[in-house]
Design a protein around this ligand. Structure first.
Ligand code: PSU
Ligand code: MN
Length: 308
C-alpha cells in the first residue's frame, strides 16, 4: 500500500495506484450500497461481482470505504468482507469523512463520500446504483441528499440508473440543473427510474456509446473552469426492471411507513430500500442488482475509452 503525496491520508491500493500511474482505466465503486443498501449475505456476493465485472471490462475496480479511520481506495478481499459484514459500520457522506478519520471510525462511503475520495485519488469514472436526491417530502423535511451538492464540485463521471425512485425525480433533475451538473442519457432520451427503465422525465443530452461519453469527459477537461460531475444515466434493461405497478403500490406503502415510524436523516434511504425488498418478495433487489451490474460494465467501458 502506498500513500499519496500531498493526499497523505488516502490509502490507495498498489493495484489502483499502478493503474493510475500508467493512465490505465480505473472505476471507483461505492460501499454504502453494499453495507446499507443491500441485504446480507447477498451484498458481499454483489460487491465481489461488481469488481469482477469491472475487471472483465478491462478496468481496475477501486471500491472506496473508510476502515479504522483510513480512507481506502481499492480494497482487498478481507476489507471488502468487512464492509459487507461488519456490524455498526457507519454511513459516511462527504461531511462525515473528517470525524471518521479523526476518530478512527469505520464506515461505508455514499456517492458524496466516494466521489470526493475518488476525485482526490485522480479517478475519473465511478459506478453506483442510483444517486441520492430531493426527497418527496422536501417541503416539510428539507431532505436533499448531499450527493447533489458534492457532485456540483467534483470532476467525476457517475454512471448510475438515475436517482432512486423513492425520491422526487423532477425536483432532483431541477436541482441538478441549478447546480450545473451535466446529465447524459445513455442510449435513452428518458431519465431512468432506478428500479424502472424510465422515470418518464426527458433528458437534454443522449450518448450512443462509451466512446461518446469519453469525448464529453475530455471536453469537460478541455473547457476547464470550476469542476463538476457528469451523470451518465444508464437504464436497467426493461426485461429486468421492477413491475411498474408493483413498484408504485409498494413505494406508496413504504413512504407511509417511513413517515409513521418517524424515520429521518441518513436512515431514510436504507429504510425505503429495505421496505421495497421485503414487500416485493425480493423483486426490487433483483432490479437494483441488475441496474448496478449494468452500470459497472458501462463504467469500465467508459474508463477504457477515456484512457485510450
Ligand atoms: N444506490 C443504490 N443503493 C444505495 C445507494 C445508492 O443502489 O444504497 C446509496 C448511495 O450511497 C447514495 C445514498 O449516496 O444511497 C444516498 O443516501 P442519502 O439519501 O441518505 O443521501
Ligand atoms: Mn437524506
Amino acid at each position: 500500500m502506498s500513500e499519496l503525496s500531498g493526499e497523505r491520508l488516502l490509502v490507495v491500493s498498489d493495484e489502483v495506484r499502478e493503474a493510475l500511474d500508467r493512465r490505465r482505466a480505473v472505476v471507483a465503486l461505492e460501499s454504502t450500497i453494499i453495507a446499507h443498501g443491500l441485504p446480507r449475505p447477498r451484498n458481499l456476493r454483489v460487491a465481489e461481482e461488481l469488481e469482477e465485472l469491472v475487471r472483465a471490462g478491462g478496468a481496475v475496480p477501486a471500491t472506496v470505504a473508510v476502515l479504522d479511520g483510513k480512507p481506502r481506495i481499492g480494497l482487498d478481499k478481507t476489507q471488502l468482507a468487512r464492509v459487507a459484514g461488519e456490524d455498526g459500520l457507519r454511513k459516511l457522506g462527504h461531511r462525515d469523512l473528517a470525524p471518521a478519520v479523526a476518530g478512527g471510525a469505520s464506515g461505508a462511503t455514499t456517492v458524496s463520500g466516494t466521489a470526493f475520495l475518488a476525485a482526490r485519488a485522480g479517478i475519473r469514472v465511478f459506478a453506483t446504483g442510483g444517486l441520492g436526491g430531493v426527497h418527496r417530502e422536501w417541503a416539510q423535511t428539507q431532505d436533499e441528499s448531499a450527493d447533489l451538492r458534492l457532485l456540483a464540485k467534483e470532476r467525476i463521471a457517475v454512471v448510475c440508473a438515475g436517482v432512486k425512485s423513492v425520491l422526487d425525480v423532477p425536483a432532483t433533475l431541477q436541482r441538478l440543473e441549478t447546480l450545473g451538473v451535466g446529465v447524459l442519457g445513455f442510449r435513452t432520451t428518458r431519465f431512468p427510474g432506478f428500479y424502472l427503465s424510465s422515470s418518464g422525465e426527458p433528458v437534454d443530452w443522449t450518448a450512443g456509446s462509451a466512446a461518446e461519453v469519453a469525448d464529453v469527459l475530455r471536453a469537460q477537461d478541455a473547457l476547464g473552469g470550476p469542476p463538476s460531475a457528469l451523470i451518465v444515466a444508464n437504464p436497467v434493461p426493461e426485461a429486468q426492471q421492477l413491475d411498474p405497478a408493483l413498484h408504485d403500490r409498494v413505494l406508496a406503502e413504504a413512504l407511509t411507513a417511513c413517515a409513521r415510524d418517524g424515520v429521518r436523516g441518513q436512515a431514510v434511504t436504507p429504510f425505503l430500500l429495505d421496505y421495497l425488498v421485503r414487500h416485493t418478495n425480493g423483486a426490487s433487489l433483483e432490479a437494483n442488482v441488475a441496474a448496478v451490474r449494468g452500470n459497472a460494465r458501462l463504467a469500465a467501458e467508459i474508463a477504457r475509452a477515456y484512457a485510450s
